[in-house]
Design a protein around this ligand. Structure first.
Ligand code: NAD
Length: 302
């Protein structure tokens, strides 16, 4: 199976390396020419535009920042869609919404080109390890054709078809929305509790042993509490994009989203304070800066 891969950033870069290591013939494209240097060393072919990355390929993966970028790559000048042959599959693994994919599908259906949405969870570390969780939306037989490729990128046990076209995008947005809400709620709770004099490690242990426990408190928050690492491998600009898309989706399906809208505003405040490239956990710093007390475990507590 010949592949194309477009978008070699924090996620796409290591994902594409895994496909090359698995022996796939891959044509690569990114607006940053230098992003492909390592992939070319590993045997990838450089494509000068999205269309070149799609010509003669059985499947092409996009891993791009926002729906706007996906649209430019598929439908813009030198776009991917026009280059895809009948029977080829476009797999969009970006965190996005169905709007662009629906428009592409309307044009692609008549030409026998297939479309899947397959966004991922698992952070840059999961992309490097090939252990991503992948949520696939689309026709079951097309998903099965793409499965060998997806199994290289993700943990095969956690590559799951979650419904028809667009379902993958929705599931991924809901996961991020809940995770960001966990981050804001957890930060507030830890700041109040420690502000009232309880030791951070004791408070965290008590919460973990209670019905209020969460994976976020158990695992993910530790990068901040232990190392002061706010995870710059996932940029705040992208987190804000995801929250905006999730709140838009709530509006579209007419479900009130008071809490989600508030979480989005907290994230946008952090983006303003710390910049687009700050890490996805930078909103914790809003409380730390306000209270003047970093949330850090002492070596014994860690
Ligand atoms: P990134 O910004 O690191 O990488 C995006 C890449 O796309 C860059 O290399 C950029 O140069 C390239 N690009 C931008 N516009 C382009 C265009 N028109 N044509 C070709 N290439 C173009 O982003 P990322 O962190 O790798 O995230 C990619 C997607 O995955 C996003 O939708 C994000 O929300 C999602 N995601 C990210 C993470 C994470 O931890 N970073 C986790 C899960 C999902």
């Amino acid at each position: 199976m010949k592949l194309g891969f477009i978008g070699l950033g924090h996620m796409g870069g290591p994902m594409c390396r895994n496909l090359l290591a698995a022996g796939y013939d891959v044509a690569v494209y990114d607006v940053r020419r230098d992003a492909a240097a390592e992939h070319e060393r590993l045997g990838a072919t450089w494509a000068a535009c999205p269309a070149e990355a799609g010509a003669g390929r059985d499947a092409v993966i996009t891993m791009l920042p926002t729906p706007r970028h996906v649209e430019a790559v598929l439908l813009g000048p030198g776009g991917l869609l026009d280059a895809l042959a009948p029977g080829a599959v476009w797999i969009d693994m970006s965190t996005s919404v169905p709007e662009v994919a629906d428009r592409v599908r309307a044009l692609a259906d008549g030409r026998g080109v297939h479309v899947l949405d397959a966004p991922v969870s698992g952070m840059a570390a999961g992309a490097r390890a090939g252990t991503l969780q992948i949520f696939v939306g689309g026709d079951p037989e097309v998903v099965e054709r793409a499965r060998p490729v997806l199994d290289v990128l993700g943990d095969p046990e956690r590559v799951m078809r979650v419904g028809g076209h667009g379902a993958g995008y929705t599931v991924k947005l809901m996961i991020n929305l809940l995770w960001f809400a966990h981050l804001v709620a957890t930060t507030e709770v830890l700041s109040i509790g420690t502000g009232a004099g309880v030791d951070l490690a004791v408070l965290r242990d008590a919460l973990l042993a209670s019905p209020a426990a969460s994976n976020f408190l158990d695992r993910d928050v530790l990068s901040v509490l232990r190392d002061g690492d706010y995870d710059e491998s996932f940029a705040l600009a992208l987190a804000c994009k995801d929250l905006g898309l999730a709140v838009d989706l709530a509006r579209e399906v007419k479900v009130p989203a008071e809490l989600s809208a508030l979480v989005e505003q907290v994230y946008r405040r952090a983006q303003r304070a710390y910049g687009d490239l700050a890490g996805e956990m930078a909103p914790v710093k809003l409380w730390e800066d306000l209270t003047g007390a970093p949330l850090r475990l002492t070596p014994q507590g860690a």
